[in-house]
Design a protein around this ligand. Structure first.
Ligand code: HDD
Length: 752
């Protein structure tokens, strides 16, 4: 019935009853009576769902299995009620004294509806407001019992449900996905011994060394307080004023100006726990540990011009990508790796492992893979899950402990504190997405929104009236590492924290040539938006301590005739770094293992296109797991040079090329002529070329490349001109798409 109504009748069949006399006799019951009252809620709600791409996601292991059924609400087949369960007869009209008379205060149904609506929003997160999340599982490779007694690592193959939220940092909840920014990478493990939140980022270091500076950092990067601009952007005076005065930010600023800050996909970025943590085993022995997430899909990024254009074409670019991949059964996967080291090693490093502005080069401590994480299910409800999830760095489990990193110390306080405002009280752990799978027993009571109904009269310990329960877990309980402390209270930083530039230099020098150029371009762009010359000068003065080439290139782009003196350094003596170049730090180090799966490829079409090349190409690409879209001047049907018309998925207007990873121009003289006369088609190709993406022209398709004034260079493996569609053409194109980018064609300024 639901389907039929939608097809054959006015959108709201009750509409007529809203007016005149009919309004006094509303039809009984709900808007649409279900055909078959015995139909199960789940079958009906499927029919109701918005259109999704691909096959539905499998249930997978997730926090919701079983536990969330209690709170799942599904209206399918049900009559409407108030929040008190009173059936609602008419959901169109308020209660009035006469049809043209005043609305009545006693209309509790209207008042309940409006009151609830008026309070639908909760405060957004003070940072990381915009995020996207998914359910999945973590699987341990083998027992780590020698290192840690954390139960999730106890045995080979053990699976633990997870909920993962990716985010941008500075933008507000409704901002765009492709801002230049750090990405949050927060994982909630619902282990059988309680929840562990690994609240990380897609960069291994941070801006500041001490939590004392966090509010300053955030105030500096957020929209400026007097006029609320700019939204989701670091390119403004206050951020650069702050960092130019905080040389400890130099290393992180290099990461932020690199391509890491504009990931192609949440699925294609690394994650890092950033701080040094501790593993503790059953015997109470401890090792230091750093956590790394490595994407199976490889690490891939956008280029800046593309990110800017995507912001307009699809502000939800990364969110949509994650959602669609999971709906299509292309479950994103990461490997969890650890760097394990001890106190003596830590002592020997030229930097301090408690300093979150430093990483540990993999050359010094290699990464050991310990498990994998797969995301298998999209949330049922954005607000209930993605918005209400509360990650807290303080949530650790037995076998994992903190270190004395002063940035981490502040985090242990801040996250729980912020949830109390954001989620309205101290019981946010009872919100279903936050509730541990491990049972909760303690004497904490009451507070806003308490859900649990506690039995008994003993809410204290020790007690005899409650049989002494809940009792202390003893040796099965959480173990704090007994770190010896012999110190004087003071405010200050350890000596090694004073060296700010060695790892910034290491990062810069470890990049491929085009990655270095992107960093130069990003600094130049951002600083060109800074209106106060003194701030630009201070930044260039800092960059001189990182790399003279970088500093002078940026200064040149800013039209500075004279270089400022290098910024005086905080450390008295030169510190010699152990490692000065590391291939692991380039995005090229991780091309990925999934080939061209989930890459979006446009095949251009217009009337007269050669159906055979379109179909062959589409089939070959789909067979490799790529997502193929036919793109033309309009969506819907175009006539090909065969019997059946082609059904286009997208238009040049609604899907410009920044939304694709590659494109194919098939054969077909008439179609090519039409497209060659369309500025949008030419722009589509020019952008694609400028953004370094793979492009294949078959037969007459070459004409379009010429009309777009794209230079044909035989050395450019990403630009393939083929007479016809032979197998080796397809193979070459697949290889070109797999490379993701062809930066060799980049020039400054761009040729096209
Ligand atoms: Fe933070 C949110 C990551 C330093 C205070 N942070 C937040 C989120 C991520 C991070 C991923 C979003 C979680 C989610 O999806 O809900 N933050 C980091 C990393 C840091 C870091 C990797 C450095 C290593 N953060 C940091 C410091 C403080 C905070 C030093 C304060 C002392 N962060 C917060 C917060 C947020 C937050 C204000 C805002 C919303 C929330 O916590 O739940 O408490």
């Amino acid at each position: 019935a639901v389907g039929e109504m939608a097809a054959g009748m006015p959108t709201n069949p009750n509409k007529a009853a809203e007016y005149g006399e009919a309004a006094t006799r509303p039809p009984a019951g709900n808007t649409v009576q279900p055909d078959d009252p015995s139909a199960t809620a789940s079958t009906l709600s499927e029919a109701n769902e918005s259109q999704k791409t691909g096959k539905p996601a499998a249930a997978g292991v997730n926090a919701a299995s079983g536990e969330l059924d209690r709170v799942r609400a599904d209206s399918s087949g049900q009559a409407m009620t108030t929040n008190q369960g009173v059936p609602v007869a008419n959901n169109q009209d308020s209660l009035k004294a006469g049809l043209r008379g005043p609305a009545l205060l006693k209309d509790f149904i209207l008042r309940e509806k409006l009151t609830h609506f008026d309070h639908e929003r909760i405060p957004e997160r003070v940072v990381h407001a915009r995020g996207s999340a998914a359910h999945g599982y973590f699987e341990s490779y083998e027992s780590l019992a020698e290192l840690t007694c954390a139960s999730l690592f106890a045995e080979s193959g053990k699976r633990t449900p997870v909920f993962v939220r990716f985010s941008t940092v500075a933008g507000e909840r409704g901002s765009k996905d492709t801002a230049r920014d750090v990405r949050g990478f927060a994982v909630k493990f619902y282990t059988d011994e309680g929840n562990w939140d690994l609240v990380g980022n897609n960069m291994p270091v941070f801006f500041i060394q001490d939590a004392m500076k966090f509010p300053d950092l955030v105030h500096a990067v957020k929209p400026e307080p007097h006029h609320g601009m700019p939204q989701a952007a670091s390119a403004h005076d206050t951020l650069w004023d702050f960092v130019s005065l905080m040389p400890e930010s130099a290393h992180m600023m290099l990461w932020l100006m690199s391509d890491r800050a504009i990931p192609r996909s949440f699925r294609m970025m690394q994650g890092f726990g950033v701080h040094t943590f501790r593993f503790i085993n059953e015997r109470g022995e401890s090792k230091f540990v750093k956590f790394h997430w490595d994407p199976k899909q490889g690490t891939h990024s956008l280029v800046w011009d593309e990110a800017v254009k995507i912001s307009g074409a699809d502000p939800d670019f990364n969110r949509r990508d994650l959602w669609e991949a999971i709906e299509a059964g292309e479950y994103p996967e990461w490997e969890l790796g650890v760097q394990i080291f001890d106190e003596a090693q830590a002592e020997s490093f030229s930097f301090d492992v408690l300093d979150s502005t430093k990483l540990i080069p993999e050359e010094l401590v290699p990464i050991t893979p310990i498990g994998r994480m797969v995301l298998t299910r999209n949330p049922d409800n954005f607000f209930a899950e993605t918005e209400q999830v509360a990650f807290c760095s303080a949530h650790v489990v037995r076998g994992i402990d903190f270190t004395n990193d002063p940035l981490l110390a502040g985090r242990i306080h801040s996250y729980i504190d912020t949830q109390i405002t954001r989620l309205g009280g101290p019981n946010f752990h009872e919100i279903p997405i936050n509730a541990p799978l491990a049972p909760v027993y303690n004497n904490q009571r009451d507070g806003m929104h308490r859900q649990a109904v506690h039995h008994g009269r003993a809410a204290y310990e020790p007690n005899s009236l409650g049989g002494g329960c809940p009792f202390q877990a003893g040796s099965a309980g959480f173990i704090s590492f007994p770190e010896p402390v012999d110190a004087t209270e003071l405010r200050g930083k350890p000596e090694k924290f004073a060296e700010h530039y060695n790892q910034a230099t290491l990062f810069y020098e470890s990049q491929a040539q085009h990655e270095k150029q992107h960093i130069i371009n990003a600094f130049s762009f951002e600083l060109s938006k800074v209106t106060v010359p003194g701030i630009r000068q201070r930044m260039v003065a800092q960059l001189r301590n990182v790399s003279e080439t970088l500093a002078s290139a940026v200064a040149g782009n800013l039209g500075m005739r004279e270089m400022p003196d290098p910024m005086p350094k905080a450390n008295a003596q030169e510190v010699i770094p152990e490692v000065t170049r590391s291939d692991f730090l380039s995005l090229l180090a991780r091309p990925g293992e999934t080939g061209i799966r989930t890459r979006k490829i446009a095949i251009l079409a217009a009337d007269g296109i050669n159906a055979k090349t379109v179909e062959q190409m589409a089939q070959a690409l789909i067979a490799q797991g790529a997502v193929v879209r036919l793109v033309g001047q309009h969506i819907g049907l175009v006539s090909a040079d065969s019997e059946t018309p082609l059904d286009l998925d997208a238009s040049l207007q609604n899907s410009p090329s920044p939304l694709f990873d590659a494109a194919v121009i098939p054969d077909g003289a008439a179609a090519i002529e039409t497209l060659a006369a369309d500025g949008l088609a030419l722009e589509f190709l020019r952008d694609l070329f400028r953004h370094g993406k793979a492009l294949l022209a078959i037969g007459g398709g070459e004409l379009l490349i010429q009309r777009a004034a794209i230079p044909i260079d035989p050395k450019d493996a990403g630009l393939i001109i083929a007479k016809d569609l032979a197998q080796n053409t397809i193979d070459d194109f697949v290889a070109a798409v797999q490379k993701h980018r062809h930066p060799g064609r980049e020039s400054d300024p761009p040729l096209v």
